[in-house]
Design a protein around this ligand. Structure first.
Ligand code: ADP
Ligand code: TRP
Length: 321
């Protein structure tokens, strides 16, 4: 089984990325042949600073490796080191109905937020389809917001197969329901573009400030809170604390007698501990960038060999070769 996923270098990675995509992807490393990449071509739809892209790309590499991506088990590479993917995107785009792209939530969401979308944002699901299909991927671990894009990929693959004969493996998404949508500090989906993130790595003081700044309601500590499970700090605590600890806090909040300040302090403490090992690993990697760059270039070589093979199959079947 081939497993594939990508993540954009469009800003610092956060708990939504970690629990929605990175941790499930890391867990899947032992279940098949995993391909994970840094989607730098994708980041061009929303980030227009070259140096920032370069810096973010390295940061994503460090973050992912520090969190447990094991280059001995997985092929880890930068999307643009396999330029074949852009050619495949063209072959696919000619079979992609406009209406299917117009219907994509992420695109509609950008329109609704008053952004003037560029063509890249509109066409992005086709590039994502190429990313997936060019490695004969079976399984795509992603957060829930990407489900529709994998469905688009499936539709495009089936259409290509029907039009030009059996060419692509038809993939499936894998979504971990318990962490499908991690909430941000404002209660909306945690996202780089909403400015509501808690980063995986960062400066202790500013992260503490962010967590202590999570908005709560005005009920007094003594009041029982029958809706304790809906509390944002409790939801986040369940991700980073041992189950019995999170339950204890939830029960206390429900019964009354636990102040929001104490709850948020506990959230910060557990969050900080959760990533302690990864933080040390990241510092080691950051001091050894040659090693990190070698991982990415070795990964690119492996990924490119496979991509060339699949692209050739597609070119032949559609009559270009
Ligand atoms: P962002 O919305 O912050 O720009 P990306 O679109 O780069 O994040 O997402 C990278 C991966 O992380 C995707 O698989 C996405 O589904 C997952 N992801 C992002 N935010 C969340 C979240 N809040 N909850 C669960 N998964 C998420
Ligand atoms: N679109 C994904 C995101 O923003 C990143 C991505 C690009 C991806 N290509 C992919 C994810 C292929 C899975 C498979 O999160």
């Amino acid at each position: 089984m081939r497993i594939l996923s990508g993540i954009q270098p469009s800003g610092a990675l956060h708990l939504g990325n970690y629990f929605g995509m990175m941790r499930p992807a890391i867990e899947l490393q032992d279940k098949g042949e995993a391909f994970y990449f840094i989607a730098d071509y994708h980041s061009m739809t929303s980030l227009f600073d070259a140096n920032e892209r370069r810096k973010n790309t390295l940061d994503v590499a460090l973050d992912f490796l520090a969190c447990g991506l094991d280059p001995k088990k997985s092929v880890f590479f930068k999307q643009s080191d396999v330029p074949e993917v852009t050619e495949l995107a063209w072959l696919l785009t000619t079979l992609t109905p406009m209406a299917m792209l117009e219907n994509c939530h992420s695109y509609k969401d950008k329109l609704a937020r008053g952004l003037a979308p560029n063509h890249g944002i509109f066409a992005y699901p086709v590039l994502m389809a190429a990313d997936i299909l060019i490695y004969d991927s079976n399984l795509v671990p992603v957060g829930k917001d990407q489900k529709q894009h994998v469905e688009v990929t499936r539709d495009i693959a089936i259409k290509f197969n029907n039009t030009y004969g059996e060419t692509f493996v038809v993939p499936k998404e894998q979504i971990q329901e318990s962490t499908a949508i991690v909430p941000g500090v404002d209660g909306q989906k945690m996202s780089k573009s909403y400015g509501n993130t808690i980063e995986i790595f960062g400066d202790e003081k500013s992260l503490k400030k962010k967590i202590m700044g999570i908005q709560m309601d005005s009920r007094t500590p003594q009041e029982p809170k029958p809706d304790a499970d809906k509390n944002l700090a409790i939801q986040l605590l369940k991700l980073v604390a041992p189950a019995n600890v999170a339950k204890e806090f939830e029960d206390k909040l429900r019964a009354g007698g636990l102040g929001y300040g104490d709850l948020k302090k506990a959230l910060f403490k557990n969050y900080w501990n959760y990533f302690a090992d990864a933080r040390n690993k990241r510092a080691e990697l950051a001091a050894n960038l040659d090693f990190v760059n070698k991982i990415l270039s070795d990964g690119a070589t492996k990924a490119r060999t496979l991509a060339q093979k699949v692209l050739k199959r597609a070119r032949k079947n559609c009559g270009i070769e």
